[in-house]
Design a protein around this ligand. Structure first.
Ligand code: PGA
Length: 257
């Protein structure tokens, strides 16, 4: 059974005080996560990691970062390592988000170096993949997903591959209000799972969690997460308010598969 996982990617939003306020609000909503049968992860900006970590210490809410560098330490101005993220209380880290690919030169090769850095520091990588609008319109979606998976995960042992989470995020649906339909999302998730089966084993493919991301809202979360191969959501905009993020989590908890 794959446990549903809802992660909030706060992107470059929230000062420390704002992050504390949001976290306190979420704590009140999520005091019974075990009963909801969900994993909930908050991914604040680096500057708020330690404060959020302290606030959620006595809860089941978990902490994630939005990026990682592939070296554990060194003269790499501006970068943050897995060792430091672990130290700040993180258990998860987003890798290869499309905004990092689009604006900061992230590639499958850098993704491929960051995954082992996360794993050797005991962090669960949430590896983002997905096609942009022109790729979808050209009918190249599956080709892009294959490229992101084959090259992003290249060289990972079967043991390590089981420790990752994949987030399918069609770039055209991120922050645009245009969500993939549940059928479009399910089709892509099934393709990814079938590909993992081909590359690894059926058992591995059945165990890896694949989240959907891209304009997930309280109004569409239930139908998306109800799809058989969708194991949760990576939420951007709607994770910035207590009301919308907790409603998404509650909808997710109502899905019975
Ligand atoms: P969105 O972002 O929910 O605002 O579309 C999702 C993401 O970028 O992870």
């Amino acid at each position: 059974m794959r446990k549903t996982i809802i992660a909030g990617n706060w992107k470059m939003y929230k000062t420390i005080n704002e992050a504390i306020e949001l976290t306190n609000g979420l704590k009140r909503e999520f005091d019974c996560l075990e009963t909801l049968g969900l994993e909930v992860v908050l991914c604040p900006p680096y500057t708020a990691l330690s404060d959020v970590s302290e606030l959620i210490m006595d809860t089941d809410i978990q902490l994630g970062a939005q990026d990682i560098y592939w070296q554990d330490e060194g003269a790499f101005t501006g970068e943050v390592s897995g060792k430091m993220l672990k130290d700040a209380g993180c258990k998860f880290v987003i890798i290869g988000h499309s905004e990092r690919r689009q604006f900061f030169g992230e590639t499958n090769e850098t993704v491929n170096k960051k995954i082992p850095a996360a794993l050797r520091n005991g962090l669960t990588p949430i590896v983002c993949i997905g096609e942009n609008l022109s790729e979808r319109e050209k009918g190249a979606t599956f080709k892009v997903l294959t490229d992101h998976i084959e090259n992003g995960l290249k060289g990972l042992s079967t043991e390590d591959v089981q420790k990752i989470i994949i987030a399918y995020e069609p770039v055209w649906a991120i922050g645009t209000g245009k969500t993939a339909t549940p059928a479009q999302a399910q089709e892509a998730h099934k393709f990814i799972r079938d590909l993992l089966k081909k590359l690894y084993t059926d058992v591995i493919a059945q165990n890896i969690r694949i989240q959907y991301g891209g304009s997930v809202k309280p109004e569409n979360a239930f139908e998306l997460i109800k799809q058989p191969d969708i194991d949760g959501a990576l939420v951007g905009g709607a994770s910035l308010s207590v009301e919308s993020f907790s409603r998404i989590a509650k909808s997710a908890s109502e899905v019975k598969k």
